[in-house]
Design a binder for this molecule. Structure first.
Ligand code: PEP
Ligand code: MN
Length: 338
C-alpha cells in the first residue's frame, strides 16, 4: 500500500505513521517527493490496515500498489530516480556514459583506456576485476589487484568506477574501490547477492538476466531497494532468443516499457547486446532515441588484444565518433549528453 501524506506533513507526522505501519507488522519505506511524502507499506496483505491508516488526520489517502514490485513501481514514486556519483549523472534527462574494457588486464591497459574514454566524454570507467566467464578456463579477472588499478585510474582521471561484484562476501571489498557495484546478468537472480548490495551505500547497476522477464527484472531490483538501497540503475544488455546472428538480441522496447512502470533509470549495453563492434554505434543511437538514461560500452585501447569480449569492443576512436553522433540524437530530444 502507499500511504499518501497530506501536503505540509512534518517529519514527526511521517515518522508517527511509519511507526504505526511497522507495528502492524509491515515494513515502512518513506519516499520524500518534491510535492509530498508517501510511505510504502510493504508486507503480506491482511484486513483492516487500509482503513486504520486512512483514519489518521495527516494521511490523505491509502492506495494499493497493483504491481508485484512495490518500491520500484512508478505507482509508488512518480519522479524519476536520478543516480549521481562523481560526475556521472544517470536519469532525469541526463544520459550517463560508462565506458571501458570488459576486463582490467594491466596497469598500462586500464590507465590508457581511462584516459581515452574520458577524453571522448565518458563520465565513468567500467572494467571487470571479477569476471563471470562461461568457461572455467577463460581469463577470470585480476581480482583485488584489478580493483586497485581501477582506483588508480579514478585517481588519475576523476572518472567514477563501475565494476562487477560476484559474491556477497566480496561486497565490502569491491565497495572499497568501486563507485558503482555492477550485478552481472548471470547473477540477476542471486538473491543473497542482491540483498548484500542492498545493504551497501554504493549505487548498483543491475543487469537483466538473458532469460528474465520484465517482472523478474524489476523484482530483482526490488530485492535491492527493499534492503534500503534506493540507488539502482537498471541495465538492458540483451536476451537469449532463437536468433544467432548476434550474440544476444537487444530489445529496445525495454526502455519505454520500463519508463512507464518504474522510476528507476535504465541504461543500455549494446556491446553485450549485439556482440559485434560494428553494430554498436547504431544501437547506441537507437537506445538514446528510445529514451534511455545512459549507455554502458566496452572500449579497449586495442580490441584485437583484449583478454575478453574483444569482438564487441569499440576502439577509442570509434567510441568518440559514436558519442558525437549520440549527442545529436540526445539534443534532438532535449536530453543532456556530456
Ligand atoms: C560485462 O559487463 O562484461 C559482463 C560480464 O556483462 P553481462 O553480465 O551482461 O554478461
Ligand atoms: Mn564483457
Amino acid at each position: 500500500m502507499i500511504v499518501v501524506m497530506k501536503p505540509g506533513s512534518t517529519e514527526q507526522m511521517v515518522q508517527r505513521i511509519a511507526r504505526r505501519i511497522e507495528e502492524m507488522g509491515l515494513k515502512a519505506h518513506v519516499i520524500v517527493g518534491t510535492e509530498r511524502t508517501v510511505i510504502a507499506a510493504i508486507g503480506e496483505k491482511r484486513n483492516g490496515e487500509q482503513q486504520t491508516l486512512e483514519s489518521f488526520d495527516e494521511v490523505e489517502k491509502v492506495v494499493r500498489i497493483l504491481a508485484p514490485y512495490k518500491i520500484a513501481s512508478s505507482e509508488t514514486k512518480r519522479e524519476p530516480t536520478v543516480v549521481r556519483v562523481r560526475d556521472l549523472v544517470v536519469g532525469g534527462g541526463d544520459v550517463g556514459i560508462i565506458a571501458g574494457p570488459c576486463s582490467v588486464e594491466s596497469e598500462e591497459q586500464i590507465m590508457l583506456a581511462a584516459a581515452q574514454v574520458k577524453q571522448a566524454g565518458a563520465r565513468a570507467l567500467r572494467g571487470g576485476a571479477f569476471k563471470p566467464r562461461t568457461s572455467p578456463y577463460s581469463f577470470q579477472g585480476m581480482k583485488e589487484e584489478g580493483l586497485k588499478l581501477l582506483a588508480a585510474a579514478r585517481e588519475a582521471t576523476g572518472l567514477a568506477v563501475v565494476t562487477e561484484v560476484m559474491t556477497p562476501e566480496h561486497v565490502g571489498m569491491v565497495g572499497r574501490y568501486a563507485d558503482v557495484l555492477q550485478i552481472g546478468a548471470r547473477n540477476m537472480q542471486n538473491y543473497h547477492l542482491l540483498q548484500a548490495v542492498g545493504e551497501s551505500d554504493k549505487p548498483v547497476l543491475l543487469k537483466r538476466g538473458p532469460s528474465a522477464t520484465m517482472d523478474e527484472f524489476l523484482l530483482a531490483a526490488e530485492y535491492i531497494l527493499d534492503q534500503g538501497n534506493k540507488q539502482v540503475i537498471l541495465c538492458e544488455r540483451g536476451i537469449r532468443t532463437f536468433e544467432t546472428h548476434t550474440r544476444f538480441t537487444l530489445p529496445l522496447a525495454t526502455v519505454p516499457y520500463l519508463a512507464e512502470r518504474t522510476h528507476l533509470p535504465i541504461v543500455v549495453d549494446p556491446s553485450h547486446g549485439t556482440g559485434i563492434a560494428s553494430l554498436v554505434p547504431a544501437m547506441c543511437r537507437a537506445a538514446i532515441a528510445a529514451g534511455c538514461d545512459g549507455l554502458i560500452l566496452e572500449v579497449h585501447p586495442d580490441p584485437s588484444k583484449a583478454l575478453s569480449d574483444g569482438a564487441q569492443s569499440l576502439t577509442p576512436s570509434a567510441f568518440a565518433a559514436t558519442l558525437t553522433e549520440c549527442r545529436k540524437v540526445a539534443a534532438a530530444l532535449d536530453r543532456r549528453l556530456p
